[in-house]
Design a protein around this ligand. Structure first.
Ligand SMILES: Nc1nc2c(c(=O)[nH]1)N[C@H]1C(S)=C(S)[C@@H](COP(=O)(O)OP(=O)(O)OC[C@H]3O[C@@H](n4cnc5c(=O)[nH]c(N)nc54)[C@H](O)[C@@H]3O)O[C@H]1N2
Ligand SMILES: Nc1nc2c(c(=O)[nH]1)N[C@H]1C(S)=C(S)[C@@H](COP(=O)(O)OP(=O)(O)OC[C@H]3O[C@@H](n4cnc5c(=O)[nH]c(N)nc54)[C@H](O)[C@@H]3O)O[C@H]1N2
Ligand SMILES: [Mo]
Length: 775
């Protein structure tokens, strides 16, 4: 529309996993987006999103993979990822998807539908993609789901067994405020990367995490960052930096424990009253069971840190209120259960567990909410319906499930069987972003008979689907947002019209529900606007119960963001345990923290014994494989985006180097390979290969390289070189252990070389490859 015809320009509030923004709109298009002026430390991640809405990669119509259109459902034999797509009308796409669902259920039963559909999607209480797809599939009779998360699988399972649950640990997390008041010593294993505190699942009313960290420092708190990366801690915290080798944190923690125990500085009263299994663990710590005392001299060569530094750190802990925090990254690794278990144990030893500003920190700073007072207000959520099927997999076992239907696997002490999945339905997550060993995933992905996907863009997920539904983005729909444990509610006012053929996830599923005869059950007779009013009314009613009045939805849409009232605080579980161990039992067999777990020992798992143990990772700098692949690859979270979301936007693309995802490499490692800053390089190992753009910097430890996750996977042919820099072409698809079966992305060895010749262009930011007439 010509500028002069634009009706009314106005500013509307919107909200995302990375914070709240104000969009300028003419009712049809976004004319500008700026951070909410009330946000003291806004994230720039959102600023790149408007540039993607009508970008070449935008899906503007339903598409079907050509082979699927011609031959119907069936294993794809390599065609998924290779076939071009044919544009179809909505009726065709909906009826193909409805038939596939109907036939799969009729022939193989509901467990043959995999609807785990893991992923972050976008913010919004109503449009939340996981809630929408799970509700829809439950109404159809159920689906195979996934349990735990890529973020914290190992931590969730181990803490459920030994720490009273992940929720108990989160509720016991010290806050930066308490840490400042107590002038605590914070041992941050994996650091406190400010880049990661930019985001929070479901929304962030105001960014305050970094300011609170700095406040704690100003009060006298002291920080130690144990991490291979210099920038894993904010400079203002004046942290001691210990650049350990990745995967060796348990050895360092054991040595710290050893020093405290041999100095008699351990909290024997707490260990006796509030934990079980101390003697068994102590015998291991002191070397009585294996002849190896876990001293700093022992941990030094393992971790690459001077033994004297470890011993000095133990001395700093003595008599000091101490926090032991482990980032999620430590447990997204081989034997990932051990680091949080050992950190909890070290916190118990230190005398700080259950005291204000001390104890175990479950991933402080890894998400915006962690380190702040968690919100206890429960905003309304879309009801997901009754679960009709019990089948599940641990979330990161997706490729195993597809490759090994009917075969047994172990999980959390049980022997389970992989279901025989025939149809995969994904909404609001991207396995071609989040899963490890993408070449293996591509092979596994050929097995099902139908793959249905809702996406915004022609990314790798869309390029490996059979039926592709184009979905509206969060900027193109009305809703309201409230983040997990974030004490705010925010309006989301539609700031742009989606392209004409694009629908919301809810509208797509409502269309399918109509085809399948469950329309009334799915929509309950409400329009989208009525659903949002309905959920907001429930949220408001909850506030009224707490004696507070929230604005009406219409008012909220003018105001933007308001604080949520809080129910009275409950005593943190670890504080309660410390106060009265007998009265305040944890949800563990003993009711206490289990430093030795009879249950886990009884499972007899070689990769997860009965107490925290140093187990060599399969891949680390001390492994035999390091001879061939001598660099440890860290594939952490990207600064300029959330995972793979909107990688095609201006903000993410401004961070690329030579058009590729940047890889951070130490000058010594670069020089040894003839790699110069800004050059295109090739990373490879036995699993795969990708290109990246070199950033040569001493802000990373020698022997370690960092390639953020989230560059859209862009293989030159199936299984071929990824020309863009997706780290998951290289990472192992290996469960943390038979206990949690979590992802172990961070245990990954690679080699790098300068790329000779003209690097192939990145094509994944372009449209879906199509065939035939486009009508
Ligand atoms: N190597 C390695 N891999 C990792 C990690 C790592 O550290 N290293 N970290 C892991 C972790 S912690 C996580 S949480 C996962 C994250 O994995 P995911 O959550 O799967 O990653 P996202 O990129 O957020 O995927 C969201 C997808 O949904 C689409 N989308 C967004 N909003 C909507 C919507 O409203 N509707 C629809 N239909 N689609 C939408 C986006 O375009 C995007 O493709 O990655 C994991 N993978
Ligand atoms: N900007 C932005 N923020 C995010 C996300 C995002 O996509 N973008 N994703 C969010 C999500 S879903 C999650 S789960 C969290 C993830 O939070 P984390 O899992 O904590 O994040 P990572 O970036 O994988 O790792 C943090 C740091 O740990 C260090 N590290 C890696 N391995 C080791 C090790 O073995 N030992 C030690 N000591 N250090 C190690 C690395 O240097 C890395 O920079 O981040 C959240 N925050
Ligand atoms: Mo995550």
């Amino acid at each position: 529309m010509p500028e002069s015809l634009s009706p009314t320009r106005r500013e509307v509030p919107t909200a995302s996993h990375f914070g709240t923004y104000v969009a300028e709109t003419d009712g049809r298009r976004i004319l500008g987006l700026r951070p909410d002026p009330a946000d003291p430390e806004p994230s720039s991640i959102g600023l790149g999103v408007p540039s993607t809405l009508d970008s070449p990669a935008r899906l503007t119509a339903p598409y079907v993979r050509r082979g699927y259109l011609e031959r119907g459902p069936g294993p794809a034999g390599g065609a998924r990822g290779r076939d071009p797509y044919v544009r179809v009308d909505w009726d065709t796409a909906l009826s193909l998807a409805a038939s596939a669902l109907r036939d799969t259920i009729a022939e193989h039963g509901n467990p043959a539908i995999f609807g785990g559909s893991y992923g972050w999607g976008s913010a919004g209480r109503f449009h939340h993609p996981q809630s929408q797809i799970h509700r829809f599939l439950n109404l159809l009779g159920g689906y195979t789901r996934s349990v735990e998360s890529y973020s914290s699988a190992a931590m969730q399972v181990i803490l459920r067994r030994v720490g009273g649950g992940y929720g108990a640990a989160l509720a016991s997390n010290p806050t930066w405020r308490e840490i400042g008041e107590q002038r605590s010593l914070v041992l941050a294993f994996g650091g406190l990367p400010a880049r990661n505190a930019q985001v929070n699942g479901g929304g962030i009313g105001r960014h305050t995490n970094l300011a609170d960290q700095r406040w704690a420092r100003a009060q006298g708190a002291e920080f130690v960052s144990i991490s291979p990366l210099h920038d894993d801690v904010d400079d203002a915290l004046e942290a001691t930096r210990l650049p350990a080798r990745p995967g060796t944190d348990v050895a360092i923690m054991l040595a710290l424990a050893h020093e405290l125990v041999t100095a008699g500085a351990h909290d024997q009263d707490f260990l006796r009253r509030c934990t079980v299994g101390w003697e068994t663990f102590e015998a291991y710590l002191l070397g009585r069971t294996d002849g190896v005392p876990k001293t700093p001299a022992w941990a030094g060569p393992i971790s690459g840190l001077p033994a004297a530094d470890i011993a000095a750190l133990a001395r700093r802990m003595r008599g000091r209120r101490t926090v032991i925090t482990t980032s999620y990254s430590l447990q997204r690794a081989d034997h990932g259960e051990q680091a949080p278990w050992m950190a909890l144990t070290l916190a118990a030893i230190s005398g700080s567990l259950g005291l204000p500003g001390g104890g175990f920190g479950a991933a402080l700073g890894a998400l915006h909410q962690l380190g702040l007072e968690p919100s206890r207000f429960r905003p309304a959520a879309l009801p997901q319906g009754r679960r009709g099927v019990d089948a599940f997999i641990p979330v990161a076992r997706i490729a195993d499930m597809l490759l090994h239907p009917g075969e047994p696997f172990r999980y959390d002490g049980a022997q389970l069987t992989y279901p025989d999945v025939r149809l995969v339905y994904w909404v609001g997550g991207n396995p071609f972003h989040h899963h490890q060993d993408l070449n293996r995933l591509v092979r596994a992905w050929q097995r099902p008979e139908t793959v249905i996907v809702h996406e915004h863009f022609a990314n790798a997920l869309a390029r490996h689907a059979d039926i592709v539904f184009p979905a509206a983005t969060w900027l193109e729909r009305d809703d309201f947002a409230a983040g997990s444990a974030d004490p705010f509610v925010s309006a989301m006012v539609r700031a742009a019209e989606p392209p004409p053929e694009v629908r919301t996830d809810h509208a797509i599923l409502a269309g399918l529900a109509a085809e399948l005869g469950i329309a009334d059950e799915f929509t309950e007779g409400r329009t989208e606007a009525e659903w949002i009013e309905h959920l907001y009314a429930q949220t408001r009613a909850h506030a009224t119960e707490l004696g507070a009045e929230l604005p009406t939805l219409a008012e909220l849409r003018e105001i933007g963001t308001v604080a949520l009232p809080q129910p009275p605080p409950a005593l943190a579980p670890y504080t309660a345990l410390r106060d009265h161990a007998d009265a305040n039992r944890l949800h563990t067999p003993s009711g206490k923290i289990e430093i030795f777990s009879e249950r886990i020992a009884g499972f007899g798992l070689p990769d997860c014994p009965g107490h925290p143990t140093w187990l060599e990772p399969v891949e680390w700098l001390g492994a035999p494989g390091a001879v061939t692949y001598p660099l440890h690859l860290i594939s952490g979270q990207p600064d300029r985006r959330l995972h793979s979301q909107f990688d095609n936007g201006s903000h993410s693309r401004a961070g690329k180097v030579a058009g590729r995802e940047p890889v951070l490499i130490n000058p010594a490692d670069a020089a040894a390979r003839g790699i110069v800053d800004g050059a295109v390089v090739r990373l490879h190992n036995a699993r795969g290969e990708c290109l990246a753009g070199a950033v040569v910097s001493d802000r990373i430890r020698p022997g370690v390289v960092r390639l953020s996750t989230g560059a859209w996977y862009d293989p030159s042919g199936p299984g071929g070189l990824d020309v863009h820099g997706n780290a998951n072409t290289l990472t192992p698809d290996r469960g943390t252990s038979a206990l949690a079966q979590g992802p172990s992305a961070h245990s990954c060895l690679v080699e790098i070389e300068a790329y000779r010749g003209d690097p192939p262009p990145v094509t994944v930011f372009g449209p879906l490859p199509t065939a035939g007439p486009t009508s």
